[in-house]
Design a protein around this ligand. Structure first.
Ligand code: NCD
Length: 324
């Protein structure tokens, strides 16, 4: 078998499991498509017909509010049928029965599988076994990858900052366990962010060999000084042994983004958080709701990005089917 590729034989995106290896042009194309689905506040959300006749199956085995509902809305607003399933794939990924599940759904003409799972490799495993016309999109893979989150974060920065090259971006908190941080790193690498900082307590830093080209800070104050973008991360308690979980009060005292600390960043700096937030643990509640916060815009952008990704893989499938 050929090594797995998320691109089809023409080099077009068939699956989206990771942002690793996407070129600047491929990322830009997805961001351009996403922008077409953005509307002003109060306007009717964008709709289209690109997914008419298509069925999208959401298979989420980890909790999700934003990602699952935005994938569902994105698919419906483009005219797809949607089914939501809560079946465990991970515990069965090494056996064949996961394939029974997938083949069963494929036999009902599910064309796109959207998969979130705590175990690495589930999305790729499914993608390796589906038919040529079927796509698999990751909605969060263990601590490794959350590609549509990376894209929506990039879209949000583009919206507020107009570009990437001159920016100082600080990714702050539990970077070690964060798939959001890894996908951010990959998308920012493709886009060429000016300076990318990893700001984390020692125990929550990624491995030394990970994320080459970033600048590491083990102090919050130094790490956010003069930053244009501050991306806060949730402490991923579910990915830590109990003994390693930091005390919330102590964490907030040293690592919480407060109003006074935020003053160290550029005056027009934006504050991001993928959600769900631990208010007054990694981020002060008044900062989360404050004038520099773009957290709700990230959520809005998530729908547009997922519409763009769905549209793109279906457009590519139509090209494959037409034999071009
Ligand atoms: C993130 C996730 O699930 O990876 N949330 C999200 O998708 N918006 C981040 C998190 O859980 O902390």
């Amino acid at each position: 078998m050929l090594p797995f590729s998320q691109f089809d034989s023409h080099g077009r995106l068939q699956h989206l499991i990771t942002l690793e290896g996407l070129s600047n042009e491929q990322v830009r194309e997805l961001l351009d498509r996403s922008q077409r689905y953005l509307r002003r506040p109060g306007e009717m959300p964008a709709r289209g017909h690109a997914l008419e006749g298509i069925t999208v199956g959401n298979i989420f085995t980890e909790p999700s509010t934003r990602t699952r509902s935005s994938f569902e809305l994105a698919a419906r607003r483009l005219g797809a049928d949607v089914i939501n399933l809560e079946i465990m794939l991970s515990s069965r990924v090494k056996g064949e029965s996961v394939l029974d599940t997938i083949y069963t759904l494929q036999a009902m003409a599910v064309d796109v599988f959207v998969i979130r799972d705590a175990e690495p490799g589930v999305g790729q495993f499914v993608a390796e076994h589906v038919q040529d016309h079927v796509s698999v999109l990751s909605a969060g893979e263990a601590h490794l990858s959350h590609p549509t989150q990376g894209l929506l974060d990039a879209l949000t920065i583009l919206q507020f900052k107009g570009g990437f090259r001159d920016l100082v971006v600080a990714v702050v908190g539990d970077v070690r366990h964060s798939r959001v941080a890894r996908s951010a790193y990959q998308v920012f690498s493709a886009l060429g962010v000016g300076e990318l900082r990893i700001v984390a307590p020692d125990g929550l830093m990624p491995e030394p060999a990970e994320m080459p080209g970033t600048v590491r800070f083990s102090s919050l104050e130094a790490g956010i000084a003069h930053a244009d973008v501050i991306m806060m991360l949730r402490i991923q308690k579910e990915r830590m042994a109990d003994a390693a979980i930091p005390d919330s009060k102590d964490y907030f005292a040293r690592w919480g983004l407060t109003r006074s600390r935020l003053k160290l960043a550029r005056p027009e700096a934006i504050v991001m958080h993928p959600g769900p937030m631990n208010r007054d643990v990694e981020i002060a509640s008044d900062v989360a709701d404050g004038p520099q916060s773009v957290i709700r815009q990230q959520v809005t952008n998530g729908v547009a990005v997922r519409m763009a990704v769905l549209e793109q893989v279906i457009a590519n499938r139509n090209i494959r089917r037409a034999g071009r």
